[in-house]
Write a protein that binds this ligand. Structure first.
Ligand code: ZN
Ligand code: ZN
Length: 283
């Protein structure tokens, strides 16, 4: 088994892996190399693909001893893949984009996420591309919970927006109310008239029992809050630390969201010692 043979085997089989980009190529190369070293017959193909953001290799051997080795190699590289950006190979993590699971680094994650912007000419843009102009909207429809919005440019053609995109509520506030069905107009204006300060994230985004910015529930004296946190300040502290740690990079994604005003007297309740203790519990 010489080096050249192995290299040929690796490059030849790299194309048998159906993946979204080139970020995992080194992982696949290493996997193939380990296959060869383990005793895989290099005349036979090795196949694999990306599934739910993970590298899966489906090739196995009838030889039980060899197969045990292959299994170990395959699970090693599956585990590595969910920590490696599919696009660039940098450190990544599993993300959900729309309804897709994919493993991406922070930059490539943010690049793929839609961000709504409205410029001073009333153009609505998404990721820097104009999708429509507010003046051209003929009709607007909104889901019962106000979290999804369709803006029509004629009778049938519409553009869809969701609360999961930064600046969604800014957009909702900007669309002339008269474009919505009569019965929904009051609900929309009620929402913006009844926003309260959220003690957790510090935005004026608390509507009924949910913050539209950080999605936390406000503290209340009901059973489970008292049982789990004892008192209000502990609850707020913990939620604020979750936001600060930003495990899912949600805050980084919403960094440029201008949907809500910042409350002027918002207070951060946790200290750096609290954070150290909390991280010990989490990780
Ligand atoms: Zn990347
Ligand atoms: Zn909040």
């Amino acid at each position: 088994m010489n080096k050249e043979e192995i290299n040929h085997f690796i490059e030849h089989n790299l194309i048998n892996f159906s993946v979204n980009s080139t970020g995992w190529n080194d992982l696949i190369r290493n996997l193939l190399y380990e296959f060869a070293v383990a005793g895989w017959n290099m005349d036979h193909h090795v196949f694999g693909k990306e599934k739910f953001g993970e590298l899966r290799c489906y090739t196995y051997s009838e030889d039980e001893i060899l197969n045990t080795k292959l299994k170990k190699i395959k699970s090693k590289y599956s585990e590595l893949s969910v920590r490696t950006c599919e696009i660039c190979g940098e450190e990544g993590k599993m993300r959900t984009i729309g309804s897709w699971q994919t493993t991406l680094c922070l930059n490539h994650f943010l690049e793929q996420q839609p961000v709504i912007e409205i410029d001073d000419k009333q153009n609505i843009k998404r990721n820097n591309e104009t999708v429509l102009n507010i003046k051209n909207i003929v009709k607007a429809e909104i889901e019962y919970d106000l979290q999804r919005l369709w803006l029509f440019i004629n009778k049938t053609e519409s553009v869809y927006f969701s609360w999961q995109e930064p600046n969604y509520y800014l957009l909702l506030r900007t669309i002339p109310l008269s474009l919505f069905p009569k019965d929904r107009q009051r609900e929309i204006s009620t929402l913006f008239q009844h926003l309260n300060d959220c003690e957790i994230c510090g935005y004026k985004a608390m509507f009924q029992r949910n913050c539209l910015r950080c999605h936390h529930e406000p503290w209340n004296d009901s059973g489970y809050f008292i049982q789990d946190y004892g008192e209000q300040s502990n609850y707020i502290k913990e939620c604020q630390m979750d936001i600060f740690i930003d495990e899912d990079d949600y805050e980084k994604y919403f960094k440029h969201d201008c949907s809500f005003e910042k409350s002027p007297d918002h207070q951060i309740l946790f200290t750096s010692d609290d954070l150290i203790e909390y991280k010990k519990l989490l990780f």
